[in-house]
Design a protein around this ligand. Sequence first.
Ligand code: NAP
Length: 332
Amino acid sequence: MKAAIIRQTGAPDVIEYGDLPTPEPRPTEVLVKVGAVAVNPIDTYIRAGVVSMISHFPYIIGCDLAGTVEKVGSEVKRFKAGDRVWGSNQGLFGRRGSFAEYASVDERWLYATPAKQSDEEAAAGALVGLTAHMGLFLHAELSPGEVVFVNGGSGGVGSSVVQLAKAAGAFVITTGGSEQSMDICRKLGADLVLDYNSHNLDDQIRAFSLPHGGIHVWFETQREPTLDRTVSSMAPRGRIILMAGRAARPEFPVGPFYVKDLRMIGFAMFNGSPEEQRAAADKLNTLYEFKRWKPMIGKVLPLSDAPLAHQMQEDNTLQKQGTIHGKIVLTP
Ligand SMILES: NC(=O)c1ccc[n+]([C@@H]2O[C@H](COP(=O)([O-])OP(=O)(O)OC[C@H]3O[C@@H](n4cnc5c(N)ncnc54)[C@H](OP(=O)(O)O)[C@@H]3O)[C@@H](O)[C@H]2O)c1
């Protein structure tokens, strides 16, 4: 089978598109004929060697996938040949990655794909949808009528947070860096869309949120959080979600934080148990069927263009070029 692999960590051009033997599913695994995969920032950190997750080379890159079950291992209970499935969490903790024509995946990490959802869309929503869902509900315990703030509402995680928070009956404030980004945020249903370069951004956030008591859930997608700003905008008993910026060491306003009874929660989606992730996936599937969740696709490329896809992801997440709106999806 064709696969996008690396034999060493490094720049995007260490990715090779070559041949590997098609895997045989172990007893609890499902062999998926991959229809689409999606790129995430963590794929680029693993490839670059910044995050150590590779147990051996050659390493197949990639977390997310969607496709059709080709065959199942002897102990698989939930799937059979011909079922359409999607999932994430591959290429992590010694698991093989997803960027290949076939992927053998433990059934714990797979979910049924809604009938009307394409493989491209299912792959595009995998890691970001699970992240947004677990962040908002498992960790931040969002309630209807609360105010959610998320930076970058047209980004992978941000666009998911906007949609899921709206579907839960929250008021959503988000930001974009261009008219195109802000237009996407409005179309996703955000109540207030602001330019993150605006000189009076915080005044505008406060004018909207203070009548509701402030921000109840601040979902920070940026790698350099500004905690002084965040804490001052929060409602009493608000929750701040931190999930980006491994190297960030921002100043922390202890006094303003504790006198409001605030909570700050860090999480990485890949630490979620299979049960927690499946609960989130089931909710995402239901929301898709009710047209309340639609993963955003920014670009579709052939799998052989995996090096280009990684370069584009880095250009946007690390260099903040703002040239991709939605996920980069690849098809074998
Ligand atoms: N902890 C976890 O489990 C987890 C899971 C997924 C992702 N992450 C991390 O979360 C971060 C975001 O991931 P992603 O996939 O959503 O990335 P992404 O698709 O590249 O999105 C980045 C977003 O940031 C916005 N942005 C850029 N500069 C900004 C600024 N100065 N102020 C506010 N917003 C700004 C961009 O808006 P414009 O396009 O309008 O400029 C874009 O919407 C990454 O660091 C990733 O590693 C963590």
